[in-house]
Design a protein. Structure first.
Length: 361
């Protein structure tokens, strides 16, 4: 046996004392965790609470730390999980109001009442995340259907796989990706595919779509669609135009840029003479960077081109495309115009014969 000096013996004893102290007080450390609940200051979630004296005694009689933890987990796991979920859903105060939450498990509807009129709803695979007033905290709604209420307004979202059915009595900014639109008094309902976010700002609901859908829109559109059915004119554009617009309007999605820049109300062209002047002036002055005088002269020249729909001037990217179209128009050879395709969708006309057939049927 090796000789041990007095100093080395003291070191061994000290080390042994430390180890014994650690073992002795390790249980106390766990018991202190049980006695003193740990609070998350951000969320206000009480992780552990209401431990009775009998439970503490039972834990003290346990043989080791592992048994203490296992005994605690077996008795309180469900209660703890329920408490955490409940507190996560009931996020503290929003400004001076308070969020109210109700769950209808029978009909799978999660109800949220907000004290503010600014919020966003993130639509995920198995749940919704509701942010109030641009807060970093959010409410998790783990039901397939969600109803958010604020003052006298509401938004109801019902999930059907990748498609959502939305009902609201709030003003809404639509895009072309909504379908099945119906309106009865102040209530609007529609279907939307690949919807990723619903935002309420400035008393208007806005819809955002996931990246897969948005990226699919980043492609050339070489069709001018003049639709009387929808009361809109859809202008052609190139992918490079959209990418440039994304840099300029960084806060907008691709679909929002298309709606903002390349969709015009048909009523813009109702007074065709004025519209032809305006669009010809815009083509020369803004697209071709020509002088004010040249822009006005072209506007005056095209004002009386009665066979020219003013939306075609809007659709032309430059003066060359317009010249090609006018040449084809003069030669009565519009089928040779290939810069973009032109589609007219007129309102259906009911004739007397059609009315007689309807009456007979």
């Amino acid at each position: 046996m090796e000789n041990i000096t007095k100093d080395e013996s003291n070191k061994i004893l000290n080390s042994s004392e430390i180890e014994n102290f650690t073992k002795k007080h390790r249980k106390k450390g766990v018991l202190n965790l049980l006695k003193s609940p740990k609070n998350d200051k951000n969320m206000g979630i009480e992780l552990i609470s209401n431990v009775s004296d009998e439970e503490k005694l039972e834990y003290q009689n346990a043989e080791d730390e592992q048994k203490i933890i296992e005994a605690y987990n077996m008795k309180h796991l469900d209660e703890l999980r329920h408490k955490i979920l409940s507190e996560e859903k009931q996020i503290a105060n929003v400004q001076k109001g308070r969020v109210k939450i109700k769950m209808d498990e029978k009909n799978s509807i999660f109800y949220i009442t907000l004290p503010v009129n600014k919020f966003s709803i993130i639509l995920e695979k198995d749940e919704y995340k509701v942010y109030a007033n641009k807060s970093k905290s959010y409410i998790i709604a783990d039901q397939p259907n969600l109803r958010v209420m604020y003052r006298k307004f509401y938004v109801y979202i019902e999930k059907h796989q990748d498609t959502y059915f939305v009902v609201t009595n709030q003003n809404i900014q639509f895009s072309e990706k909504t379908n099945g639109l119906t309106k009865e008094k102040d209530v609007i309902s529609f279907y939307a595919t690949n919807l990723s976010e619903v935002i309420l700002e400035n008393e208007i609901l806005k819809l955002k779509y996931n990246d897969v859908y948005e990226n699919a829109l980043l492609k050339d559109n070489r069709t001018l669609l003049i639709s009387e059915e929808k009361g809109k004119v859809y202008l052609p554009y190139l992918e490079q135009d959209l990418r440039e617009d994304l840099k300029t309007f960084s806060d907008l999605s691709v679909s929002e840029i298309i709606e903002k820049r390349y969709v015009n109300p048909l009523r813009m062209y109702k007074n065709s003479m004025v519209a032809r002047f305006r669009e010809a002036y815009n083509l020369m002055y803004n697209k071709e960077n020509k002088s004010f005088k040249d822009s006005v002269l072209l506007g005056l020249e095209l004002m009386f081109e009665f066979n020219l729909h003013p939306a075609i001037i809007s659709a032309c990217r430059n003066l060359q495309e317009l010249d090609i179209y006018l040449d084809c128009l003069d030669d009565n050879e519009l089928d040779k115009f290939s810069c973009f395709k032109i589609i007219y969708k007129a309102m259906p006309v009911i004739t007397r014969n059609n009315k007689k057939l309807e009456l007979q049927n």
